[in-house]
Design a protein around this ligand. Structure first.
Ligand code: DOR
Ligand code: ZN
Length: 428
């Protein structure tokens, strides 16, 4: 089976390509990149006027499978990812039961093989049951196929346990991802501590709850000389701390999510539970600092933190509503609209942050259009404007604060291992 992608604007930082090229796919792999490729017997995709990217890679999502399939499962989650242009996704272990052993990792991999339509890479837990008490068997998780470890959803409260996790991770060459939140400082807070929490009479979470733990992780990474990846960075001081640590030579990488550069705490007004996320949406000053961090490379990647929840978990009082938003189907358009269009990021940087770097940080061998690579490709019109309609989402859940937003950027084609799964904006 051959497919020729013709006349698209190829942006592939790994091979230094940024221009109009054709790409030939044969037997699921990229076999040729060039101009006027000779071709017969196969399908042609006309990509004129569109960008052709290495398939997007999401380093942080929640597929809710096993145990929480009423929110999402591997089939619906990967369909949603495909619509968003993601060809590879790494899913967090806060399922029920928690993905903290070999059997659970294999379960996710097997189910992804039979029901998933994009590449799924499981992340294992740092501690057994993500309880923060006893380390999970990190070597076992790695050998079963986990690409990283994280207790995401919760912090690892005990600094000594985190230190040990880092030491083990370097033995097994597996990435540690930290959800930074000091539980005592965050207390029972439900949104960012500040003007809005005060006027709404809600308990706030101070920025310091995140920053204290970011500082701890940077110190532990420096002390153990081990890489650490900081999840969903949301505050100005977190960005400053990471920037400074990078200058010191600490092996730290960092991610943010589209909601931290496109929304502020004001989105929680009128007790809008769709804007309730953890860490919480912050202030405009923080948003500006996040964008600065993306621009200067302090923040390496944009991840979705796709966190589906059932309508019954959001249609409740703000204080008891679940944290999270569905992110796959809006992440790329949000990045284009809020970062690329205003000139904060080039297309090249966008591809680095949404494909090259996440792949590198998780060691996935994705994020490039080199010859011989599996043909994971995303074709995008960055100028097409559309209005977000959550009822059209392929995710099982619809908890997005972006319903009705006018965004630019639509995914025309998503190709995974040479198979077209989104064609002309339609999921096949
Ligand atoms: O908003 C969030 N939702 N933040 C997290 O850390 C966890 C996630 C979830 O699992 O729902
Ligand atoms: Zn988290």
């Amino acid at each position: 089976m051959k497919i020729l992608i013709k006349n698209g604007h190829v942006v592939d930082p790994k091979t230094n390509r940024d221009g109009i090229f054709d790409i030939l796919i044969e037997n699921g792999k990229i076999s040729e990149v060039g101009n006027e490729i000779e071709f017969s017997n196969g399908d042609i995709i006309d990509a004129k006027g569109k960008y052709v990217f290495p398939g997007l890679v999401d380093a942080h999502c929640h597929l809710r499978d096993p145990g929480l399939e009423y929110k999402e499962d591997i089939e619906t989650g990967t369909r949603s990812a495909a619509m968003g242009g993601f060809t590879s996704i790494a899913c967090m272990p806060n399922t029920n039961p928690v993905i903290d052993n070999e059997a659970m990792v294999r379960y996710v991999l097997n189910k992804a093989k039979s029901e998933g339509i994009v590449n799924v890479f499981p992340i294992g837990a740092i501690s057994k049951g993500s309880k923060g008490e006893e380390l999970a068997e990190i070597g076992e998780l790695k050998f079963a196929g986990a690409v990283a470890i994280s207790d995401d959803g919760k912090p690892v409260k005990n600094a000594s346990l985190m230190k040990k996790a880092l030491q083990y991770s370097s033995m097994f060459d597996i990435t540690v991802i930290s959800h930074c939140e000091d539980p005592e400082l965050a207390e029972e807070g439900v949104m960012n501590e500040g003007y809005y929490s005060t006027t709404m009479g809600l308990k706030g979470i101070p920025a310091a709850a995140e920053e204290v733990m970011v500082a701890r992780e940077l110190i532990l990474a420096e002390y153990t000389k081990t890489p650490i990846h900081i999840a969903h960075v949301s505050t100005e001081l977190s960005v400053d701390l990471i920037r400074n640590a990078k200058k010191r030579g600490v092996k730290v990488t960092a991610e943010t999510c589209p909601h931290y550069f496109s929304l502020t705490e004001a989105a929680c007004e009128n007790f809008n539970t769709l804007a309730k996320v953890n860490p919480p949406l912050r202030t405009q000053k923080d948003v500006d600092a996040i964008i600065e961090g993306l621009k200067d490379g302090t923040i390496d990647i944009i991840a979705t933190d796709h966190a589906p929840h059932h309508v019954d978990e959001k249609n409740v009082e703000f204080t008891i509503a679940a944290n999270g938003l569905v992110g796959f189907e809006t992440a790329l358009p949000l990045a284009i609209t809020y970062l690329v269009k205003p000139g904060h990021l080039t297309i090249q940087q966008l591809v680095e942050k949404m494909s090259v770097n996440p792949s590198k940080i998780l060691g996935l061998n994705k994020g490039s259009l080199e010859i011989g690579q599996a043909a994971d490709i995303t074709i995008v019109d960055i100028n097409e404007e559309y209005t977000v309609d959550v009822s059209k989402f392929k995710s099982k859940s619809k908890n997005s604060p972006y319903h009705g937003f006018k965004l630019q950027g639509t995914v025309y084609e998503t190709i995974v291992n040479g198979k077209v799964i989104v064609k002309e904006k339609i999921l096949l």
